[in-house]
Ligand binder design. Structure first.
Ligand SMILES: [Zn+2]
Length: 138
């Protein structure tokens, strides 16, 4: 789960961890059939195309599930905090594991609208999610 230690970007996961430098959440997508692929893979699982690569998504999604972490795993990171799986707007089933910020753990609910924010640490930009203000919800 994110938040436990800093990820070490590999070739395919590097865009996901560094797109935040430009404010972009980059998710792999198949150029041939349009399927989003996360975690990123070098081959599309639906059409087996190798023409896949990172594309920026809207950064909007909904909370699919969440849990509260009470263990102080990381020095300097206050507990409790919320770990969540967010389903991105781009495609049903396109889900990322993340941390929720800007909300008390008790206030988080399934289906809550969230948007990506980035926390810059060393050479990665951790994609976290924060609630969308009510007035901005569709
Ligand atoms: Zn495909």
């Amino acid at each position: 789960m994110p938040g436990l230690s800093l990820p070490e970007p590999r070739f395919e996961t590097e865009p996901f961890w560094t797109g935040g430098e430009r404010g972009e959440l980059l998710i792999y997508r198949c150029d041939d059939c349009g399927l989003w692929l996360h975690p990123p893979k070098p081959v599309c699982r639906r059409c087996l195309s190798r023409s896949v690569g990172p594309m920026a998504v809207s950064g909007l999604g909904t909370v699919y599930s969440h849990t509260v972490n009470h263990q102080p795993w990381i020095p300097g990171v206050a507990v409790p905090y919320t770990l969540a799986i967010v389903e991105l707007d781009e495609e049903p089933g396109l889900r990322v594991s993340t941390r929720l910020t800007g909300a008390e753990p008790a206030d988080v609910r399934i289906g809550q609208r969230v948007t990506v924010v980035f926390e810059h640490r060393e050479d990665v930009w951790l994609p976290y999610f924060t609630p969308v203000p009510e007035e901005a919800e569709r």
